[in-house]
Design a protein around this ligand. Structure first.
Ligand code: NI
Length: 252
């Protein structure tokens, strides 16, 4: 299977990055995507992808970071996006929960980066926190020209259906394993299997039984196990389907 969303290049893995990759392989992973959140961070993501053949990178500026974007930043991002092993633009999106960047700036740079993805024919990795309605408007506006995934999905079944209708994938992360996450469990049980990805978002959001600890790509198996259980299918079937979906979306 594949961890479709981790931050393997982050400092949290400086001490043992190669061991983390090794454990992911031993857990049965065949690839992972390490996700950029600013231009400097995307550069590190790409560097890490160049070091391990098993690792791919995405490049993008997270809504938390768009407040620091300048015209030259946009040019650097465009250059990075064209590099080998870069498989997506992301993570990009809207975050009205923390509001680390003003809404107007978030809208502006979200639109710009979506348009960059259309121009370069790359999929997008979307971060949406407390901004469901606005996120859907941005995606619907580009219907038919854009493909991608809503990472760490936090909407309801109805929103998930709309995303699938737009040709988007839904990525399920560790919180699906937590006790009080019935809405997400319902989404994981009901969306079409052909539209589902799984991810860790490591080092964040570790699934049970590691909740609160550092997350790592190998733990994506625990999330997949829970989703398989919710759907009443075998883990093998879920692993195979989500791996194929991830390969199809990102052209791996
Ligand atoms: Ni992330």
């Amino acid at each position: 299977m594949i961890d479709s969303h981790a931050h393997l290049h982050m400092d949290e893995f400086n001490e043992d990055r190669s061991d983390v990759v090794q454990r992911a392989k031993e857990a049965g992973l065949t690839a992972l995507i390490t996700i950029g959140t600013s231009v400097a961070d995307s550069d590190r993501a790409l560097e890490t992808a160049m070091r391990y053949d098993f690792v791919y990178a995405s490049v993008g500026v997270h809504p938390h970071e768009v407040k620091d974007m300048e015209p030259s930043t946009a040019d650097s991002l465009r250059g990075l996006a064209r590099r080998e092993k870069v498989v997506a633009i992301g993570e990009i999106g809207l975050d009205f929960y923390y509001l680390h960047s003003p809404k107007e700036l978030q809208f502006h740079h979200f639109a710009d980066q979506l348009d960059l993805a259309v121009e370069l024919d790359l999929p997008v990795i979307i971060h949406d926190r407390d901004a469901h309605r606005e996120t859907m408007e941005f995606l619907a506006y580009r219907k038919g020209r854009l493909r991608g995934v809503l990472h760490c999905f936090s909407g309801d079944v109805e929103m998930a259906a709309k995303c699938v209708d737009l040709g988007f994938y839904i990525s399920i992360a560790g919180p699906v394993t937590y006790k009080k996450s019935e809405p997400l469990q319902k989404v994981a049980a009901e969306i079409p299997l052909e539209a589902m990805l799984v991810e860790t978002d490591a080092p964040y959001l570790a699934p049970q039984p590691w909740r609160g600890k550092r997350n790592e790509p190998a733990y994506v198996v625990e999330t997949a196990r829970r989703v398989a259980e919710l759907r009443g299918v075998s883990l093998a079937k879920l692993e195979e389907a989500t791996e194929q979906n991830t390969r199809r979306l990102f052209g791996l």
